[in-house]
Write a protein that binds this ligand. Sequence first.
Ligand code: GLY
Ligand code: MN
Length: 443
Amino acid sequence: MDSALSTLYREHVDARSAAAARALSATGFDRLLVHSGKPFTYFADDNDAPFRSTPHFAHWTPLEGPGHLLDVVPGRRPRVFRLVPRDFWYEPPRPAPSFVTDLFDVTDVATPEEAWKAAAASHGGRTAFLGEAAEEAEANGIPRDAVNPPRLVARLDWDRACKTPYEVACLLEANAVASRGFAAAQTTFLAGGTELEAHHAFLAATGVMEEALPYPTIIGFDERSATLHYHGKRGHEAAPGRGMLVDAGVSVRGYGCDITRTFTSPRTDPTFRALVVGMDALQRRLADELRPERPYLEVHLVAHRLIGELLRETGILKVGVDEALASGLTRPFFPHGLGHFLGIQVHDVGGRQERPDGGTKAPPAEHPFLRTTRTLEEGMVITNEPGLYFIPMLLEPVREGAGRDAIDWRLVDRLTPFGGIRIEDDVVVGREGNQNLTRPHVP
Ligand code: GLY
Ligand code: MN
């Protein structure tokens, strides 16, 4: 890590310390113990699922592996009791890097019991525990109501939405790495490769193991691109595709990007190609709508209007945009939400939180999949991912209902085999303009 990034990391840890101190004092605790997680073993098996750190732990440090305890007491240098089992079957976690040991007292221990013993040694105050290992915590003297206390968790989740410059740097780096994967997947597709080959090209070009991806790649040719989270990877029976949607990202120090592009080819229907070009233009316009103090729902509704205009321009909608919006006719074409918070989790926490201390603000009933109902603030990182799909399951009720004359069904039927379109960038909301983390790397 270069010195500029180490400085950003130091400031990030300082920000975590200040946020933890505020949250602890507001909720009646004076110490935070954060567990890095437990391995998940498949039922009746001796194999574990790929491990993911507890997000509260990952927010402080990218140290890998389960069983570590992070010990935070306001005013004191944070400590980590790092589980490094003496094991010759599995590789132990790599040593703690210097940018971590510069800021944390890191003590390696060989067993979870040793970690608890060391952590418990020096504290007589009221400890809050965060993590999945609730039984371990209670067995080690943490009262049940201090294990993942909801009011404390809410405060920490609320804060996670705004990223520090260090977190933005991680996400920007992730976008840069992922861009190589997008170029490679596109080349594979245009050369007549399969969905599976495009996926392998993405992994090879980014140099990432599949299990280290922030989420499974979504790589769909043609009609499969209309399955929003399509995880199948077809072989030669589906190649060459006429169009391809890729939704994929990579993680850097625990922060994953989330990018989508829709690629066309000379085999794509010209109207579908025009829709992709129109979607790209409207997605860029939407990026400018993401402003501090703006309720995200408002921008989602602007997206519906712009998508309505695009449907109208291409002749899919036969009625005016106002009428289409009033009768909900854009919703079957754009069924998901415009975007979500992004960071340690691809759908990062706190998107529907009402207040710093909790509560839930649900989206309107007509927009059930909108993941973010917060008002935008400077420093939030959010995706901007409008889409337009031809999903028979959603369009059939319209075809058979009151809206049937408002849509050119012959055109819809011609475009349905091409599936769907989504274009997604990662955006940092700024007062003096937003920073698009994706476009500098992925055109
Ligand atoms: N990348 C998948 C999603 O945002 O839903
Ligand atoms: Mn997304």
